[in-house]
Ligand binder design. Sequence first.
Ligand SMILES: Nc1nc2c(ncn2[C@@H]2O[C@H](COP(=O)(O)OP(=O)(O)OP(=O)(O)O)[C@@H](O)[C@H]2O)c(=O)[nH]1
Ligand SMILES: [Mg+2]
Ligand SMILES: [Zn+2]
Length: 295
Amino acid sequence: MKQPKSGRITKGIGGSYTILLDNGESVFAKPRGIFRNRKVIPTVGDFCEVEPSGDPDIPYTIVSIGERRNLLVRPSVANIDVLIIAVSTANPEPDLKLLDKLLILCPKLDIEPLIWLTKTDLSREKADTLIKEYSDAGFHVVESSQEEMLPDEQIQKIFEGHTVGVAGQSGVGKSTLCHRLTGMDHIEVGDISERLKRGKHTTRHVELFPFRGGFLIDTPGFSSLDVDRIGIEEADLIEGYPELLRIAGKCRFQDCRHTGELGCRIEESGISEGRLARYREFLDIILVNSKKYGK
Ligand SMILES: Nc1nc2c(ncn2[C@@H]2O[C@H](COP(=O)(O)OP(=O)(O)OP(=O)(O)O)[C@@H](O)[C@H]2O)c(=O)[nH]1
Ligand SMILES: [Mg+2]
Ligand SMILES: [Zn+2]
């Protein structure tokens, strides 16, 4: 009897995959044909089982794929636990709309967000404002600059046992951050410029790198994620606003949208003006799109 071995898909190119087995060995594998019929496409980040294939070039066959905690598309990655959202204090100016969108996306996908301020050497004032705004809201915020990195224990805690992705607008310092964390030069997290150079029809390469007892995901294309296409609905929106969850059930109307309704207790939520304005803007878009406006 062949005993299947379990592992994790760390890389996939042209239909063949690299699997990191539980025993630490990295092997090549091809999926069994059955997946094609069932429309399951093995994806980087998948937990899987493999069996020997008898083919010396690709010695293993993927025979099963574990249930996914989540799946991101463009780029395709499964089973992310933590998303580092890199935000620079300056150069480029922080895109708080993108930040808030990613913070709405995370709970929908069962991902723990971590706001990582970069370039705090460029504007201490902006760093302090953002730290206050987002930690008051209820998020974890850490920072690093050219001179300062997180304490080692904190880095360990973020990665140990977790699969960690890095998102954020172009130029905020994602690649720099990953180089400094891992010391690995070939990691090019979110390298948009590289992607443009290769042309947009090139297959995007995604890879999981073992790091500190977890994985760091290296992927071009995580810069913005396709947040606008994820399909955020009204019920999802509130999950990105811990401030608003705090006043749940307190307003006069149970279905209060906190947009100026009678008896709304929004002032007790402690939400910042900017976050409230962005919340209302997202809500408008969702309501217009779902034609629920004026219900
Ligand atoms: N002053 C300062 N500059 C930094 C810091 N971190 C990164 N940079 C600079 O910011 C620029 C962009 O950094 P990258 O790491 O390439 O940014 P990225 O987010 O990977 O950008 P894309 O790949 O385009 O998405 C580089 O010139 C870095 O040297 C920092 O903490 N302080
Ligand atoms: Mg980069
Ligand atoms: Zn309200």
